[in-house]
Write a protein that binds this ligand. Structure first.
Ligand SMILES: Cc1ncc(COP(=O)(O)O)c(C=O)c1O
Length: 409
């Protein structure tokens, strides 16, 4: 799978200072295969129109959007395209949902969020405090996982919703979604999952998880900048969403304000076809699951290599050492003694290694772990196109940073 997978990405062929680039910035957004770039530009070449017209380009646009909805429902293991809505990004969709849900809630109703989550799954709920909604947060333990006893103690029959990440974009932690579902069912609360960081690394099955809402973002799984929402059949129809009177009232369209980004959506469909082509099976769902299984296995091997390599470097600390490998996506947060993350990333950048420094909007996690005031962390994220040689190069450069040796360009 791997050589042909990598060669599909034009960005992996480009050179800087005569050398290839190493992309460990996947948690901030992945690179895009040629087939996806082509689908986006082909849309403008041949099919550019608004929807629901009596002419060929409008009909082609309808067809593209329908197929992308179907492909996303297959990617997420949903019951069908009527459960999938699109938006500008995950954050925008979540704000729309929170505003609409609050219209159906009473002052004193509660929402539970977590200290580990990205602000995109905190801010929209925290904003509801102005309307008298009580927002409580689940503690993040120093070892890097959520405190599930705290979670249980903060759920009650006043809880309307638990808004939780599936996996942390800060340090990879995979949360116990099955337990969250069991506990929310006991009190009759909805479960909304932010799967933005999970979706690029694992097969998803919203029906097996039995969540009420799940959000992800295609630009984190090799696609264009589009937010994707799964809503359990029947739920979106009940929400009083911001909506023009001319817009459809029913799911999945009721949350889609204005004209969608058709070209990017053509690209999302092409992304899922591209991923499916790396899997086996009788249909696109089976192929997507098989491809994501392969990606997971490939990334897990590289992650173990990176993790153990970093552990052996003096002065390096991986944040959240209480997690074993099965409890984290292939993303880690690193501190190097006496070095500021921005400076580490600058040196990595000089060596053609792309990695992010800071808190990546998981601001609360950085705060409670005492890392905000010291510049956050250096985040290293493995993607499906990452290679063993790249990890070896990264380990070599980090070893030199940690031990004060000169970096060879
Ligand atoms: C875990 C997580 N949730 C939410 C978001 C926000 O997604 P979007 O950029 O689509 O609004 C991000 C983006 O980095 C993320 O990593």
């Amino acid at each position: 799978m791997h050589d042909s997978f990598r060669s599909a990405f034009p960005a992996l062929q480009r050179l800087h200072k005569g050398e290839p680039l190493i992309y460990l910035d996947g948690p901030g957004g992945t690179q895009v295969p040629e087939a996806v770039i082509k689908a986006c530009s082909d849309y403008y070449r041949t099919s550019n129109a608004n929807t629901h017209g009596q002419f060929i380009t409008a009909q082609e646009t309808d067809h593209i959007l329908d197929d992308t909805r179907l492909a996303c429902s297959e990617f997420l293991g949903a019951a069908g395209p009527h459960t999938i809505s699109f938006g500008q990004n995950m954050t925008t969709i979540n704000f729309s949902l929170s505003r609409a849900m609050a219209r159906t809630w009473q002052p004193g109703d509660e929402v539970l969020i977590t200290q580990l989550d990205h602000e995109a799954n905190r801010g929209p709920w925290l904003a509801l405090r102005e309307q008298g909604i009580v927002v409580r947060e689940v503690r993040l333990l120093p070892e890097g996982r959520l405190d599930y006893e705290d979670l249980q103690s903060k759920l009650s029959d006043r809880t309307r919703l638990l808004a939780m990440g599936y996996s942390s974009n800060f340090m990879g932690t995979i949360n116990d979604v099955a337990l969250a579902r069991k506990l929310t069912h006991q009190v009759g609360a909805w479960l909304l999952l932010d799967a933005v960081h999970y979706a690029p690394h694992y097969p998803l099955n919203v029906q097996a998880i039995d969540c009420d809402f799940l959000l992800c973002s295609a630009y984190k799984f090799y696609g264009p900048h589009i937010g994707v929402l799964y809503a359990r059949p029947g739920l979106l129809d009940r929400l009083p969403l911001d909506r023009l009177r001319t817009a459809p009232q029913e799911a999945p369209y009721s949350i889609e304000t204005g004209t969608l980004n058709h070209s990017a959506l053509a690209g999302v469909g092409a992304t899922l076809d591209f991923l499916a082509s790396y899997g086996e099976g009788q249909n696109r769902r089976e192929q997507l699951v098989s491809a994501m299984d392969r990606i997971q296995q490939h990334e897990a091997g590289l992650f173990a290599h990176l993790y153990h390599g970093l552990e052996a470097i003096p002065g390096c600390t991986i944040v959240g050492t209480g997690l074993d490998e099965a409890q984290r996506a292939p993303t880690l947060a690193l501190r190097i003694a006496n070095q500021h993350p921005t400076e580490i990333c600058r040196i990595l950048g000089e060596a053609n290694i792309m990695a992010w420094d800071g808190h990546f909007y998981a601001l609360r996690a950085a705060e409670v772990l005492g890392l905000r005031a010291v510049g956050g962390v250096t985040r290293l994220g493995i993607s499906a196109y990452t290679t063993q040689e790249e990890i070896d190069r990264v380990l070599d450069v980090i070893h030199r940073i940690a031990t004060g040796h000169k970096i060879e360009a």
